[in-house]
Design a protein around this ligand. Structure first.
Ligand code: SAM
Length: 276
């Protein structure tokens, strides 16, 4: 499958301000990953689509050797600046569908908010399996608002309005369910961790403005005129729902991950397919 990788260069300077997770949430995520994977200081971590290091930085505190891959030089630059002099951090500009690493060179591989952006996400999974040691772990992580919460409802409504206007938000590729199915087909065992939930307040008007400014990648292919009309319709819809759009409303967010590993006996149906 050929397609341009979805570089986040255009939002590198606002990414942290618009996707920040509270410190205690980051610490809990890192601790849960370390416990789940039984990681020790000698463990070699690989994070694909590492971005500005939201997840990498708290894990680096444990002293692991950590390799981050991203297609966006601007995102990597932000991470490099924040990381300072962590000796065991290696940052590589590459496409995650073609990893420039030898077979079996990592103990843990992570993707957080990545595979839904990659049309050929199955290839990424097979690259992950190639570069993991046979007893390595793969972690598929994601965060977002819990179902039914205002932030998710607003973004869902925006997608519907864009569709009504004859355009499409960027499609979701490697969704959690699709990735789970694919992993199981390759003979993996899976464990799901609902790691942490937290509450935050968001003013609906502020979220609508962020959407209008194309802060989120779903909007990057939507034409300008559709963006403006969708914004007008969203203001009307949100005013009916929330009345005062400047007043922050409570939202519950969550972070969770699925962890996959391949027991020695695993010979799932895809093992044959991969050999062809
Ligand atoms: N994992 C980080 C986090 O959770 O904050 C960043 C997630 S951000 C939504 C997705 C990142 O993946 C961006 O930095 C983008 O440049 C990168 N990316 C998207 N497609 C890629 C590809 N095919 N190869 C390498 N990096 C890619």
């Amino acid at each position: 499958m050929t397609s341009q990788p979805l570089s986040f260069d255009r939002v590198a300077d606002i990414y942290d301000a618009t996707r920040a997770l509270p410190d205690h949430v980051l610490a809990t995520i890192a601790q849960t990953i370390v416990t789940a994977t039984n990681a020790a200081e000698a463990s070699r971590f690989l994070e694909l689509g590492v971005g500005t290091g939201r997840i990498a930085l708290p894990l680096l505190q444990y002293g692991f050797s950590y390799t981050g891959v991203d297609i966006s030089p601007a995102m990597i630059d932000v991470l490099r600046t924040k990381a300072g002099d962590f000796e065991k951090l290696t940052l590589v500009e590459a496409d995650v569908t073609q990893l420039p690493f030898a077979d079996a060179s990592f103990d843990v591989a992570l993707t957080v908010h990545l595979l839904h952006l990659v049309p050929d996400w199955r290839r990424v999974l097979s690259e992950i399996r190639r570069v993991l040691t046979p007893d390595g772990y793969y972690i598929y992580g994601s965060d977002g608002s819990v179902d039914g919460q205002p932030a998710g409802a607003i973004r869902r409504q925006w997608r519907d309005v864009v569709r009504e206007l004859g355009a499409d938000a960027r499609p979701e590729h490697g969704t959690r369910e699709a990735v789970q199915t694919e992993l199981i087909e390759t003979g993996a065992l899976l464990a799901s961790y609902r790691v942490v939930q937290w509450e935050d307040e968001v003013a609906p008007g502020q979220l609508l403005e962020a959407i209008r400014l194309r802060t989120f990648s779903q909007s990057w292919q939507v034409p300008d005129d559709v963006m403006e009309e969708a914004h007008r319709r969203m203001i009307d819809w949100a005013t009916e729902q929330y009345r005062d759009l400047t007043k922050p409303v409570s939202n519950i967010f969550q972070f969770g991950f699925d962890m996959a590993w391949w027991p020695p006996s695993s010979q799932g149906p895809n093992m044959e397919r991969q050999k062809e």
